[in-house]
Ligand binder design. Structure first.
Ligand code: MN
Length: 560
């Protein structure tokens, strides 16, 4: 969106304007023909008992409740881990069985259940630990818990690496032996399935159904924040969960929406991704994720408001730090212009570990190539976070260098790694050479996927309304971009001190209002009467109670 950036390459998926736009969009996403038909959540949701070890887990928890054993929920510091933890707390509250929880501190404790976490649970007199959104690789810690007489029920969604841990139950769709029909569910969905299975045994049918429905807000937040594909049961969970979130009765979420400036009637995945999740994540990034868990389960509005404000200010601190880190990073990249390496590697020992993933993410986006950002831990090791583009599987690439690492792990587009100081220079040099050789130049050009070329007659309220019904949009079901060719620009207005543009386009005898957020940089290119091709999203805006069509511009090609 900035003329200083390389122009995006438009990938236009349909050029045939005689086809229905809606059919084209559904086809492009491989969505089923009945995608837009109304459905019940129960029709789309898979049976919890299809998850491996569900029955074992349920039996062990029932036994703990029966013998009044102390249960500790062990979660994670990211949004999925936070919502999973909160969901379990709500469940045990609903059956009136007191439990406690732990979430690790990112910098002090690190990710997942570690021996020190087991010690803390032991000090709380735990006889049973239920992990949520982690645990699949905690083999040593679980052996240690067992040696102290503590049983562990693992609920997780991360891939199995090596042998399964010695837990009473390992409830995870991504176990190697799992036959669960849809693997891409997140931690909070697995926790929800456990609550589903347990609730059927412990609650009246009415309370049970109410419980499941009321907590779909947490499931939707976790799915969006963990960037799960919006297909199969995820799509159904998010579709219903957004409605529950819009009307949530949880004081914490109500206050969080308020401090984020979110209006209740406009909850979309973007609301979660850009407004709610960053604030919930800020607690863990800046220190203690339990603030976010406490917020979600808080019953008092007064206290919830305090916690929400606290998260909001942590989030502002996070933003300020992130900006200064990015400036540091850019300053340290003077060489980059000359080398034009196909991977960016930056380091700064003053950076907080909780924020380096944001730095590498921004660098990846800006330069359209893989990026790694490192800080140092207490032992002087380089702790890094990698973010990558579609064309480059960063974790696979790192595997070739694992002899340099203390640990590493991740997936296609994200990874974490720890490199001892003595290996860092050689790793950096070899990794840059490796990526320079492997990654094709074409992959470094940003792409804009356009669903279809449309004719002027295909731009109308009905089509816009139908497009909205294909949503909620998100991972694998992105909001559609359309292309209109040869329109004439009319009546350009500059907004917000030149930041944004508003103009009209005309084709034949029809005119449409266009908004180009961040389009101010293009104001000298757009001229009254110039012809252009525009890539846009078709939106319906409610203006003074009346719905009206508006085109949100994504990119433009000016013809004259
Ligand atoms: Mn997760």
């Amino acid at each position: 969106m900035d003329p200083s950036l390389p122009p995006k390459k438009w990938i236009i998926k349909n050029l045939d304007i005689s086809r229905s736009v809606i059919d084209v969009i559904l086809d492009n996403r491989n969505l089923p023909a009945d995608h837009m038909e109304p459905f019940r959540l129960s029709e789309k949701m898979h049976d919890p008992y299809l998850l491996p070890d569900m029955d074992k887990g349920v039996q062990r928890i029932l036994k703990a409740i029966d013998s009044n054993e102390k249960i500790v929920i062990f979660g994670d510091y990211d949004v999925d881990g936070i919502t999973s933890t909160a969901l379990m707390l709500y469940f045990f509250k609903a059956i009136n069985y007191p439990v406690q929880y732990l979430v690790p501190n990112r910098e002090k404790d690190g990710y997942g259940l570690r021996p020190a976490g087991v010690d803390t649970a032991n000090a709380m007199a735990a006889k049973l630990i239920i992990t949520v959104d982690n645990g699949i690789s905690a083999n040593d810690s679980i052996d240690y818990a067992n040696s102290l007489g503590i049983d562990v029920v693992v609920t997780d969604h991360h891939l199995q690496e090596g042998d399964l841990p010695n837990a009473v139950a390992v409830i995870n769709p991504n176990r190697n032996d799992s036959t669960y029909p849809f693997k891409s569910i997140c931690g909070v969905t697995v926790a929800f399935k456990l609550a589903y299975a347990l609730g059927a045994k412990l609650m009246s049918e009415e309370n049970y159904k109410k419980f499941l429905l009321n907590h779909l807000d947490l499931v939707a937040i976790g799915i969006i924040a963990d960037v799960m594909p919006l297909m199969d049961e995820n799509y159904a969970f998010v579709k219903f969960g957004l409605k529950v979130l819009a009307n949530t009765k949880k004081p914490g979420l109500i206050e969080l929406k308020k401090v984020s400036g979110v209006k209740s009637n406009t909850i979309t995945p973007i609301t979660i991704g850009y407004f709610l999740a960053p604030r919930l994540n800020a607690a863990g990034r800046m220190g203690d994720a339990s603030i976010s868990v406490d917020l979600i389960v808080e019953e008092s509005s007064v206290r919830a408001k305090q916690l929400a404000l606290e998260l909001d200010s942590l989030n502002r601190e996070r933003q300020t730090l992130q900006h200064s880190y990015l400036e540091n990073a850019m300053d340290s990249m003077q060489d980059f212009e000359n080398t034009n390496d196909k991977v960016i590697i930056v380091e700064n020992e003053d950076w907080q570990a909780g924020l380096i993933g944001l730095v590498s993410g921004k660098l990846k986006e800006h330069f359209c190539r893989p990026a790694l950002a490192f800080t140092r831990d207490a032992n002087g090791n380089f702790v890094g976070s990698a973010r990558s583009i579609e064309a480059f599987h960063v974790t696979e690439a790192l595997t070739h260098f694992n002899h340099y690492f203390l640990n590493y792990g991740g997936h296609h587009k994200a990874a974490g790694l720890t490199v001892p100081a003595e290996n860092y220079p050689i790793f950096k040099q070899e990794f840059i050479a490796y990526v320079n050789e492997k990654l094709a130049d074409e992959s470094l050009v940003p792409e804009l996927i356009v669903d279809s070329v449309v004719d002027i007659d295909q731009i109308n309220e009905t089509v816009a309304q139908q497009i909205q019904e294909i949503g909620p949009f998100g991972e694998i079901n992105p909001e559609p971009f359309l292309l209109i060719k040869d329109t004439i620009i009319r009546d350009i207005r500059i907004m917000s001190n030149g930041k944004h543009l508003k103009f009209f386009i005309q084709k034949g005898n029809r005119m449409f209002e266009c908004l180009w957020w961040g389009g101010g940089n293009y104001k000298d290119f757009l001229r009254l009467g110039s012809a252009c091709d525009l890539v846009f999203k078709m939106n319906i805006n409610i203006f003074q109670g009346t719905p009206r069509l508006q085109l949100t511009i994504e990119d433009a090609e000016i013809k004259n």
